[in-house]
Design a protein. Structure first.
Length: 254
């Protein structure tokens, strides 16, 4: 029975929940009932839902699937970090290729605190497959499906002229730059927040050189963080590699 009991959003025996995205889309999530799962709870949290699983000790991999009821050509895609490597997290995109939600798989741990390997993949664009490595102890896995808006990430964003250069000046909130110890969370939020910047500002005639603006954005997020704000992204700076962008403190020379 779905309802509220403190923070509980769905009882353990419920097999589906609904995620409301920031753009108003309702996405039903159907949860697998693997026999290796000995406890399952679903919670309503700010901006989405969280699921916690306890997997019994096993000599084989445990496969767990989350099926997303995507009826308007939305699709799931594994999130990549700044170097193009796949992570154990994903984004949900709408039919226009705009990120509307993130699915995060925090690092999984056994009872003794040891990390247990998890591998995440996407099947048929709407099923998240989670494979948990065998463990001699019960394993805790946490999964979150969350949807953020532009205003969740930034308090403001505007075009300015700085030192003679047109610049997109962003004032980030902690959510967007907080350096999580888990790279899965960091990567998916990076994909989603950059996508929100593109959606909000790319229609301006000032917008150009998207690839280098993205390099600058990731560099500021990784290194400037909250120590140096606002973040200024300048379309006039020539395209170089991400490593070169970092080498020049996010502002590669003209």
């Amino acid at each position: 029975m779905i309802g509220y009991n403190n923070k509980i959003f769905a009882e353990t025996n419920e097999n589906n929940v609904v995620l409301s995205t920031s753009e108003g889309t309702q996405i039903k999530i159907e949860l697998d009932n693997s026999e290796e799962i000995i406890d399952k709870k679903v919670y309503k949290v700010e901006n989405g839902v969280k699921q916690e699983l306890i997997i019994q000790p096993s000599r084989k991999k445990t496969d767990y699937r989350m099926e997303f009821n995507l009826e308007n050509e939305e699709y799931l895609k594994i999130a990549q970090d700044e170097f193009g490597n796949d992570t154990n997290s994903a984004n949900i995109f709408n039919k226009n290729g705009e990120s509307i939600a993130v699915v995060l798989i925090p690092i999984s741990k056994a009872e003794n605190g040891k990390e247990v390997d998890v591998e995440v993949s996407v099947e048929n664009k709407n099923v998240l497959k989670i494979e948990v490595e065998p463990s001699v102890q019960s394993t805790f896995v946490q999964i979150q499906a969350l949807s953020y808006s532009y205003s969740d990430y930034f308090s403001s964003g505007k075009w300015i002229t700085r030192d003679g250069l047109i610049s997109l000046s962003l004032s980030p909130k902690k959510l967007v730059y907080e350096r999580h110890s888990n790279p899965n969370l960091h990567a998916a939020i990076g994909v989603d927040s950059w996508n929100k910047v593109v959606n909000k500002h790319s229609s301006s005639s000032n917008w150009k050189n998207t690839a280098q603006m993205k390099n600058q954005y990731i560099c500021h997020r990784d290194y400037a963080q909250g120590f140096k704000t606002p973040w200024n992204l300048e379309p006039a700076r020539p395209l170089v590699s991400y490593a070169e962008t970092v080498k020049h403190a996010c502002n590669n020379p003209l």
